[in-house]
Design a protein around this ligand. Structure first.
Ligand code: NAD
Length: 331
């Protein structure tokens, strides 16, 4: 099927072309993000393939539908960037990759926790400059600490189980409890209790209207002083300005982000020769107890292979009039 692939980076092309040897679709790669301003590039393509920061709002979807597009293939799990009502109104089918490698994101989450706790980002720079002093690098044993996962889907459950392996007490909050959590020694508690008792809080719920700014000034005020906050889910789960205030007041002891609410147009690109326009992001980067990675939780060989294979299988199923099972539920 003729498919316009947006937000293409070299690695996307590598993995999609490898998987397409078996699938046989006609892929056209564009570096541009998809949005109302670029939707014209997709004119005449029955399928478009997009990623996390492509903006599929009502205006973009209307233009795509007018250009003959019938399928939106997301090469990601989250779909908060799609106006599902507008997609339904234009009879656009939206498919996604619900699970590629939850291990990739869970392991990156734990990497952030360990690096922040033992100050690896600072130790790395010090040692390279011949500074072997340890002042300022004191961490804590994870063993015996309390870790809270907000969301116990595929990724949250893996993170909880890994942290149980370190000897942590595991608290979990999720409106849909999963039996695996209690079987693995986790304990479901209301969110305020999780915030109050956790030494490490990690977010693994989707971005929905009801989870937007789930971590706001009120939630931060409930946290245990000095708690570590990790977000590898979606940026807007966190009110970044409130988090900066929490870091300044020392209520938040350290912060690990793989996602940022204003990441669109910034992440996945090299801006190292430019003046940083975003004062909030610039402020975050000044804290010694903050590590930010640029939405790389998913970025493993296994995950990229699975994303490419499932995305192309989703397109094949649509072309053949079959249900892949990866269609978004009705809005
Ligand atoms: P999932 O659908 O398996 O699990 C999400 C869980 O969140 C579900 O159990 C759901 O009941 C729960 N939930 C919903 N509302 C909640 C709330 N208000 N409070 C607590 N829990 C709530 O999803 P997953 O595969 O585990 O992925 C989690 C998130 O990770 C995704 O939504 C996506 O945004 C993000 N993600 C990030 C990357 C990355 O590269 N950083 C990659 C993949 C996914």
């Amino acid at each position: 099927m003729r498919t316009a692939v947006f937000s293409t980076r070299a690695y996307d092309r590598l993995y999609l072309e490898a998987a397409n040897k078996a699938a046989g679709h006609e892929l056209a790669f564009y570096k541009e993000s998809l949005g109302a301003a670029t939707a014209a590039l997709a004119a005449g393509f029955p399928a478009v393939c997009v990623f996390v920061n492509d903006r599929l709002d009502a205006a973009a979807l209307a233009l795509l539908a007018r250009g003959g597009t019938r399928l939106l293939a997301l090469r990601c799990a989250g779909y908060n960037n799609v106006d599902r009502h507008a997609a339904a109104a234009h009879n656009l089918t939206v498919v996604r990759v619900p699970a590629y490698s939850p291990h990739a994101v869970a392991e990156h989450t734990v990497a952030l926790i360990l690096a922040l706790n033992r100050h690896l980002h600072r130790a790395y720079n010090r040692v390279r400059e011949g500074n072997f002093a340890l002042e300022g690098l004191i961490g804590f044993d994870l063993h015996g600490k309390t870790a809270g996962t907000v969301g116990t889907g595929q990724i949250g459950r893996l993170v909880g189980r890994i942290l149980r392996g370190f000897g942590c007490r595991w608290l979990a909050a999720d409106p849909q409890p999963h039996p695996e959590v209690t079987a693995a020694g986790g304990e479901y508690v209301p969110l305020p209790q999780l915030l109050a008792e956790s030494d490490v809080i990690s977010l693994h719920c989707p971005l929905l209207p009801e989870t937007h700014h789930l971590i706001n000034a009120d939630a931060i005020a409930r946290m245990k002083p000095g708690a570590m906050l990790i977000n590898t889910s979606r940026g807007a789960l966190v009110d970044t300005r409130a988090v900066i205030a929490g870091l300044k007041s020392r209520r938040i002891g350290s912060l690990g982000l793989d996602v940022y609410e204003e990441e669109e147009g910034v992440f996945f690109r090299d801006h190292s020769n430019e003046v940083m326009e975003d004062d909030t992001l610039a402020r975050l980067l000044t804290f010694p107890n903050v590590i930010i990675t640029g939405h790389q939780g998913f970025f493993t060989h296994e995950a990229l292979t699975a994303i490419a294979t499932t995305t192309l299988a989703n397109i094949t199923a649509f072309e053949q009039g079959r249900v892949s099972g990866n269609e978004l539920p009705p809005p």
